[in-house]
Ligand binder design. Structure first.
Ligand SMILES: C[S@@+](CC[C@H](N)C(=O)[O-])C[C@H]1O[C@@H](n2cnc3c(N)ncnc32)[C@H](O)[C@@H]1O
Length: 208
């Protein structure tokens, strides 16, 4: 199994579970990871950059788009007791890990790990946090963002981390040009930070 195939529904590699101690929401926590998912050995460098710049999760609905084993979802739930987190991924092994990690860390009642098709299409989010799957290709990535970013609630913010040399700036330009079905722009996109080869992007949806 190469990292290129972490976004498969059923990873072909042996499901070897392991424990890792990582730093999330200001504390060291031990989580379970496995082969066949994204960055099983540690919190990915891009995700670390994003976590360093994120504000606390808002009280309310938060989406972790492409959750992997759950660093962003878990950080949101651990950092904000009033946050209710939906973590989506196509990789079922990753979803199982998020569920188990949320239970292990005592936030199972506020973290729901589900396949994208199991999310109510009318749900909206006060925050969307994502280290998006750039490697699925531009068209698929645009489809993914077109599905989820318009679900930001008025006044909500989406925070994304993207590698600079994998098209962060052109993705930001593309997001700036998008509108929802009613012709309302997705919001104002800003490059909030640049570190270690990654850009942190923030999309702010105006209050209606
Ligand atoms: C770059 S990884 C980030 C994982 C995790 N958030 C982290 O920071 O370690 C992107 C994730 O998006 C998932 N993904 C790929 N296609 C997806 C889709 N269509 N819908 C939801 N998640 C998807 C991949 O399986 C992968 O776990």
């Amino acid at each position: 199994m190469t990292e290129d195939h972490y976004f498969t529904a059923e990873p072909a590699s042996a499901d070897e579970r392991r424990e890792r101690t990582v730093h999330l929401a200001g504390r060291d926590v031990t989580v379970e990871t496995a082969s066949g998912i994204f960055s099983p050995g540690h919190v990915d460098a891009g995700t670390q950059v994003l976590l360093r710049h994120l504000p606390p999760a808002p009280a309310g609905e938060v989406l972790d788009l492409g959750c992997g084993w759950g660093p962003l979802a878990l950080a949101a739930a651990l950092g904000t007791p009033e946050a209710r987190v939906t973590a989506v991924d196509v990789n079922r092994r990753a979803l199982d890990l998020v569920t188990r990690n949320a239970a292990r860390l005592g936030v199972a009642d506020r973290v729901r790990a589900v396949e994208p098709s199991d999310v109510d299409e009318s749900a909206t989010y006060a925050a969307i946090w994502s280290n998006p799957p750039i490697r699925i290709g531009k068209a698929a990535l645009h489809d993914l963002l077109t599905t989820w970013l318009p679900r930001l609630a008025p006044g909500g913010e989406a925070w994304l981390v993207v590698q600079r040399n994998l098209g962060a700036d052109s993705l930001a330009r593309w997001i700036a040009e998008q509108s929802d079905d009613a012709g309302v722009p997705w919001g104002r996109i800003e490059k909030v930070a640049s570190a270690k080869g990654f850009r942190v992007l923030r999309l702010a949806r105006p209050v209606d």
